[in-house]
Ligand binder design. Sequence first.
Ligand code: B12
Ligand code: SF4
Length: 441
Amino acid sequence: MKIALISPRTFRLGRSLEFQRFLQHSPEMEFYRQYWSGLGSGLLVIAALTPSDIEIELIDEDIEDIDFQRDYDLVGITAVTQQATRAYEIARKFRERKVKVVLGGIHTTVLPDEARLHADSIVVGEAENLWPTLLDDFRQNRLRPLYTSRQEVDLKHSPLPRYDLLRDKPAKIVWVQGTRGCPHDCAFCCASKVYGVKHRHKTVDQVIAEIKEVRRIKKHALIGFADDNLLCDKHYSRELLEKVAGLGIRWIGQTDISVARDTSLLRLAKRSGCVALLIGFESIVPDNLKGLDSTDWKLKQLANYAEYIKSIQNCGIGIIGLFITGLDYDDNSIFDRLADFIIDNHLLGAQITALTPFPHTRVREDLLREGRVLNTPWDNYTFYDVNIKPKGMTPEELEQGILHTFNRIYSSKVALGKQRYFKNIAAKVHQTRVSRNNTGL
Ligand code: B12
Ligand code: SF4
């Protein structure tokens, strides 16, 4: 028996040609070109849940074509929202040839009634407890149209993803997931809705085994932690990073700004190979942050953003800031204000995105009620293409403003300034280490 597991093609940095040109040609986007790519671990987990007598072909449509004539017994397709349109197209082509298709992943989980129209079967939610049963049913010719995960998976039982399937893929970054869930429940984010607000984690030994397996397959890959909020459980993070520190890897991960208050954890993160942390600042406008998460947590941090950024950088860790524009209190001036903030605070990089009404989020509900969701297809949900009518500008101004901000923050002059800034910090971090060693601390 042979299964194809497919990740449909995506649009990096949006569909606009101007954006694509910028992405391809700006020397400052080299990091993005090289590392902001690759498959997440979803399909690798599905592959790991598949019995070994079944042959698996993993297809990443961003780098390879799908052979629709090939004789697969079953096709599994993953999709985040921007991949949904293409996922349905792929499903149709296989189903025309009577090949059974299963859809799963985030978009299917948040919009099952839509997804089920395009597949023989759908998996709603986490698949750890469902995929083996689905395969069993398929083999016995009784595939059900719907498999739903009724409770959050205990990650201690999540299998080691099949990283060996990446052996022939050109991935320079490999995503490893230690935890799922995030307590902040932001209005624009579907992560807390899909994975829950409870922070669940694998055992430290599981994660270390996964990293070792990645290193076996791709010795020099950068490890990307695919966690929604990697360092929010400080006790677990400490335990994990103590062990990661022995592995000699370089890693990046996403977390919230609370980590800035824990210098010893930051130092440990640096020692364990942390190159940069992705942090969701979302906005520098207080009114925009009101009600954005369930407890106004981010609003309460805003006054300290600059100080927190410095604390993290002083431990030798760069920050990639995540910002949303087109929020209700943004007007055309936001783009230069944001670029100033990013440049003045020496952020290593930033993602400036357009407020996007992803399904199953409070933002979508509100904007739909206000009649401000544009009639755009799912493949426009790239974070950089505009799908709403913003209050303080036109959709075109929002798109152009984002490009303008990117042009300002990723210029060669800014890059030089950043280099100088980080060189100074590196020297200081080195000096502190030397004096600590000398005093035996
Ligand atoms: C790593 C990551 C990336 C990487 C890798 C891309 C990738 N293909 O995943 C990069 C940096 C390239 C990336 C890019 C983007 N990302 Co991203 N990314 C993530 C992140 C942090 C982890 C993904 C991961 O590895 N998860 C771990 C696996 C195990 O979870 P999973 O995929 O959900 O899989 C489980 C189930 O869903 C199910 N399942 C999944 N697929 C299938 C398929 C079948 C057949 C079955 C049966 C089951 C099944 O089984 C799995 C095990 O339980 C997630 C956040 C998150 N928590 O997932 C955001 C996330 C998926 N990304 C998101 C977005 C928006 C994007 C971008 C559009 C942003 C951008 N323009 O840069 C692009 C889109 C490209 C793309 N193909 O994803 C959103 C998606 C929201 C949405 N509704 O669409 C998320 C949820 C972040 C968020 N909080 O909003 N991303
Ligand atoms: S902090 Fe990040 S991952 Fe957590 S709910 Fe907010 S946007 Fe989503």
